[in-house]
Design a protein around this ligand. Sequence first.
Ligand code: PLP
Length: 381
Amino acid sequence: MTVDTALSQRWRSARPPVVGVHVDSAACSRQSFAVIEAATGHARREAEVGGYVAAQEAAARLMAGRAAIGALTGMSPDDVVFTTGASHALDLLLASWPNRPGVIACLPGEFAPNLAVMAANGFEVRLLPVDGLGRAVVDDVAALVAAESPTLVHLTVVASHRGIVQPLHDMAALCREHGVPLVVDAAQGLGQVDCVVDADATYGTSRKWLAGPRGVGVLAVRPELAARLRPRIPPPDWTLDIPPLRRLELGEANIAARVAFSLAVGEHMTCGPEQMRSRLAEVGRLTREAMSDVPGWRVVEPVGAPTAITTLAPTDGTDVARIRDELIARHSIVTTVAGPDRAPFELSRPVLRVSPHVDLSEQDLAAIADALGALTPLCAR
Ligand SMILES: Cc1ncc(COP(=O)(O)O)c(C=O)c1O
């Protein structure tokens, strides 16, 4: 079993040593020394020359970040704006949608905060047909889209609570064929799966698989849609000579975090997006194999699902939230508990999410399996 690779060693040595076992990249990855230094270096520069001058100096680095996101989403650097996170990106987009509100067709496994943003912007939701794993059934989706012409299709390419990849390219083709805009939530997708697709908008976040800092996200919008957006601020009837997309970026921002994120995406590109994806898929497979024998748990994904997210469902009455807390308290093993409130139309019981990055080691897997095995009998509900 190939657990340690040149890529994992390189990724590990680029970061501060981990305390315990960090298998929580679907929540928040570990930043590299260089990314941390980019943020602090920018903050220092703000103190030296002033925040606005430092921002001007950083323009080329921020543009490189936009270009890298453009490359990962199949868009151009000018199509990309920075946000404070994925939910903020969706909110900006829907609040500016040309013919809002309307009906959004989305997956039953849709992330609850996305559903909240859709509702807050007045959109109704129509659930797409899926298979037993929550994957869109493309032919049935095509029939629904043809019959109901939703305002847009929203596809979360990898869910927060399950390491399954949606048929992104087929969905994009069918949306194009039916003239329905496609918006892609790539918060778990960017860095982990191929998100270069003919979507009308794609958005994501910094801190997960791209290993940037917290508090940064991105929204990439095709020029045809961007030209039709009606940002709320400044009001659309103020005749300002600012293109709609750039209006979305007006306002105060943590430039140091954007600079650091741009560097993190640059590091990802240097490692090679394909190599990263294939290593993350390998890491997912190794994790599922190692967890499949732990008594009291069932691995939800097929073993070869091409993501690094492994979801463990308790087979009896284990208290998953307590397991997660005890894993941290007793073993410094960081995982996530995902409850039904994360995906209310799909998840009925809490699950444990194990989401290592490329630096996963054989010792990590053994430590997780041993700790879970020991804690499970102690954490019955
Ligand atoms: C699938 C998915 N979409 C959206 C988000 C929201 O991202 P953010 O916290 O950056 O708004 C997350 C975060 O966990 C997510 O997993």
